[in-house]
Design a protein around this ligand. Structure first.
Ligand code: G1P
Length: 291
């Protein structure tokens, strides 16, 4: 295969209103909700960096400025931590510092769907392959999920989306694969349907919020065709690429927590706390009280 373009860009849609978490999200961006002590958006950015991504585009909306603040230098805070000898906290902040110019934001002025949000990043994407990370999908994986996708992209070229099997009666919440060939870890795709009725779903293999896409998807999204729920759907744009470019699903290794859902968000708190040696014993102990 001819040399693939490196994967250096990621688009992170963060314009959603977070209505499922009201009133918490009335004045707070849902992507700033913490799991243990880190906001959801930071998990996504760190995961992307671990896959070699260097340039980030946040698709924002009104009320989301705290996300941008979060990734800026906080000079006074760092100074105070330094004076107080809070080394670990200071190192934590310094480790998340962004390269100057590596984070840009674009506003999605109207909520027309995920496909429209991605189209808003068209100048950022240009002619390059790009990753998409939906911060609501929080991943707990030994190898970061986006790194697994980037590796798969280097094997197959073309488009790769992270997939998982869900119970049949839940397929209508997701983008669903029509499978051409199931090779186990990789699945080649002949079609994609966004949120099909359960009885019409072509499989129970669903897309989760991690993608590596070719820039051509943008021109399909630009047609602004409305799909499921009357929105411009990313899934429909991706489906238009099939047949002209490789398109694979990757059964990633690890676990996904749907942090757009209250129970999923709570479970993520527990699961992530259990990975922390400083917290796991206390969490294990108090959980016994809730059996
Ligand atoms: C979006 C996508 C859907 C995908 C899901 C993964 O849906 O449209 O194809 O399966 O993310 O989380 P949403 O959750 O925004 O309704």
């Amino acid at each position: 295969m001819s040399a693939l373009k490196p994967l250096k860009k990621a688009v992170l849609p963060v314009a959603g209103l977070g209505t499922r978490f009201l009133p918490a999200t009335k004045a707070l961006a849902k992507e700033m909700l913490p799991v243990v002590d880190k906001p959801l958006i930071q998990y996504a950015i760190e995961e992307a960096r671990a896959a070699g991504i260097e340039q980030f585009c946040l698709i924002t909306g009104r009320g989301k400025t705290s996300i941008v603040e979060h990734f800026d230098l906080a000079f006074e805070l760092e100074r105070t931590l330094e004076e107080r000898g809070k080394k670990a906290e200071l190192e934590g902040l310094r480790a998340m510092a962004m390269e100057p110019g590596s984070l840009v934001t674009v506003r999605q002025q109207v909520p027309m769907g995920l496909g429209h949000a991605i189209w808003c990043a068209r100048s950022f994407v240009g002619d390059d392959p790009f990753a998409i990370l939906l911060p609501d999908d929080l991943m707990l994986c030994d190898t970061p999920a986006m790194k697994q996708l980037a590796d798969a992209y280097h094997e197959t070229g073309g488009n790769v989306v992270a997939i998982e099997e869900v119970p049949r009666d839940k397929v209508n919440r997701y983008g669903v694969l029509d499978v051409a060939e199931d090779k186990g870890r990789l699945v080649s795709v002949k079609g994609l349907v966004e949120k099909p009725p359960v009885e019409k779903a072509p499989s129970n293999l669903t897309i989760i919020g991690r993608y590596v896409l070719m820039p051509e998807v943008i021109s399909h999204l630009a047609r602004m065709e409305r799909g499921a729920g009357g929105e411009v759907q990313l899934t429909d744009g991706m489906a238009s690429l099939i047949g002209t470019q490789p398109f694979h699903g990757l059964r990633y290794e690890g676990r996904r927590f749907d942090c757009g859902d209250k129970a999923g968000f709570l479970e993520a708190q527990i699961a992530f706390a259990m990975t922390r040696p400083d917290m796991a014993p206390a969490v294990r102990e108090f959980l016994q009280r809730y059996r």
